[in-house]
Unconditional design. Structure first.
Length: 301
């Protein structure tokens, strides 16, 4: 645990710019899910996901704020700087997703058939969901590594991109299980192997950084991450070529959406989503590789 001669409570945890951002996150998150539970309502998988995002982010934010205010984070076997930076980026991605999904599926301008009161609560919840995203994005902006600064890995552009890469991979996996017919060809199965391998290694990199165990590895962590990122770029290039060919070439699939395909349950739609996010992740890995040449970080911060 940290030993300091100062006061036991850390007032900067709530008065600093980052502390203010976290306090707003807590307030906006609590307000959002309270409005939804009280009158707004939610249903189906989309609504459940949104509620999970808001309650999960609220709980972790309260935990972080409490640990920093009482200085108890020094008792945890975590790299605190890496943990808070990784969570802020993850919460930003999750909250913006919920801020888009909830109004898209639950907000309407007419009162019929839900009633004006329910409509107003849903609109208010959507507004606070958007403010919640802004608050988390503000923390990422405030805590990100500045040029030339030695900092924790997850606060660097490369570290933040690892969270985005894993999040995009989860979107790809969601589309894969939604009747994407990836098992039809060995080539598309190779693409699934690429997505899975890169996701697992990225999560392992984040886990080692957050737990502060990188110093225990028998190989240089920083160099290994760069080598892995280069390999991930090559693997995603192969997937970016193979997946569209075997899904949208007329010899193997369909270049156009079949007219008889049911909305929401069409393999072609899932294949298109996978193709788009394959290119998104490829771009992220390329940017990650470029930035990884310039960073210097300390694993235990």
């Amino acid at each position: 645990m940290e030993t300091t001669g100062g006061p036991y409570l850390n007032m900067a945890a709530v008065t600093s710019p980052v502390g203010i951002a976290r306090s707003l996150q807590m307030a906006f998150g609590c307000t959002t899910f309270s409005l939804v539970v009280h009158q707004g309502g939610f249903s189906a998988a989309y609504g459940t996901f949104c509620m999970f995002v808001w309650t999960f982010c609220f709980a972790i934010t309260v935990f972080i704020l409490a640990c920093e205010f009482t200085r108890l984070h020094g008792c945890l076997s975590l790299s605190w700087g890496n943990f808070t930076a990784a969570f802020a980026m993850l919460a930003t991605l999750m909250s913006v997703t919920a801020a888009v999904i909830y109004p898209l599926y639950f907000v309407q301008l007419d009162c019929y058939p839900i009633g004006c009161k329910v409509r107003d609560f849903r609109i208010a919840a959507s507004v606070f969901a958007g403010l919640l995203f802004v608050a988390y994005a503000a923390e990422v902006f405030l805590t990100r590594a500045k040029p030339g600064q030695v900092t924790s890995y997850m606060a660097t552009v490369s570290g933040l991109l690892k969270i985005v890469q894993a999040f995009v991979a989860c979107i790809i996996f969601g589309a894969l299980v939604n009747d994407s017919q990836y098992s039809k060809y060995a080539a598309t199965q190779w693409c699934v192997a690429v997505y899975s391998f890169c996701f697992v290694v990225t999560v392992v990199v984040v886990a080692f950084s957050v737990t502060g165990k990188t110093a225990l590895l028998w190989f240089p962590f920083e160099r290994s991450v760069v080598v892995y990122t280069f390999g991930a770029v090559l693997l995603y290039i192969s997937a970016a070529v193979i997946w569209p060919v075997f899904c949208f070439d007329s010899k193997y699939g369909s270049p156009w959406r079949p007219a008889a395909c049911a909305k929401g349950r069409c393999p072609w739609d899932s294949q298109l989503v996978i193709a788009i996010f394959t290119y998104v992740n490829l771009l992220l890995y390329v940017v990650d590789l470029a930035y990884s040449q310039r960073i210097r970080f300390v694993s235990h911060l």
